[in-house]
Design a protein around this ligand. Structure first.
Ligand SMILES: *[C@@H]1O[C@H](CO)[C@@H](O)[C@H](O)[C@H]1NC(C)=O
Ligand SMILES: *[C@@H]1O[C@H](CO)[C@@H](O)[C@H](O)[C@H]1NC(C)=O
Ligand SMILES: *[C@@H]1O[C@H](CO)[C@@H](O)[C@H](O)[C@H]1NC(C)=O
Ligand SMILES: *[C@@H]1O[C@H](CO)[C@@H](O)[C@H](O)[C@H]1NC(C)=O
Length: 156
């Protein structure tokens, strides 16, 4: 009996792990309908967009634009200053440009064309900020699975 429970317990853990990792990979179209441009509303536009997202490790950002723009990952000071030196990655000048979020913390992106960054074409994306929804749902789900497995075990 103890052996049977152990097996079911292992299965539950594996199933829960697969579901959790599967649920975390999402794509985020930066700016949604605004896309990637000098925002008419000024620098606030992309922070409003970012606040509404739930970013997780493994998610992909898609920057989609028409016209003369580019995108590059930068440090916080470059983001704040809108300088174009000391960029972190390669400047991507073909749309759509995709970035996979591979670590916790805040990731900064700007457009290096002319003074676009200064006029608000920049976005900061934070993982772990508003991330409560997914882990909570996953935890609740694995608790339910475990309860199911346990009732199976006790009825054997
Ligand atoms: C980028 O935007 C254009 C124009 O709105 C649209 O046709 C295209 O499907 C978008 N690309 C992606 C990858 O969503
Ligand atoms: C702006 O850039 C300078 C160096 O170029 C740096 O010393 C400073 O900390 C930056 N300012 C901000 C607000 O990050
Ligand atoms: C970026 O993602 C979009 C949508 O998934 C895709 O159409 C496009 O080919 C990708 N671009 C690159 C450079 O991988
Ligand atoms: C990211 O942060 C979460 C929550 O703080 C933590 O559980 C996780 O281990 C971190 N992942 C990495 C790769 O640092």
């Amino acid at each position: 009996m103890a052996g049977g429970f152990g097996l079911i317990g292992c299965l539950v853990v594996v199933v829960a792990a697969v579901l959790v990792s599967g649920a975390s990979a999402e794509t985020h179209m930066v700016g949604d309908d605004l896309q990637w441009k000098v925002p008419p509303g000024g620098p606030i536009a992309y922070s409003v967009w970012a606040d509404k997202q739930d970013f997780q490790i493994g998610d992909t950002l898609i920057f989609n634009w028409t016209g003369n723009h580019d995108v590059v990952k930068v440090s916080k000071s470059v983001f704040d200053n809108c300088t174009t030196t000391n960029v972190v990655g390669t400047v991507q000048s073909t749309s759509p440009a995709n970035f996979t979020l591979d670590a916790n913390g805040t990731h900064y992106f700007i457009c290096t064309v002319s003074n676009h960054c200064y006029f608000g074409q920049k976005v900061a994306v934070t993982i772990g900020d508003t991330g409560a929804a997914t882990p909570l749902a996953a935890t609740a789900f694995s608790v339910v699975l475990f309860a199911l497995a346990f009732s199976l075990f006790t009825s054997m």
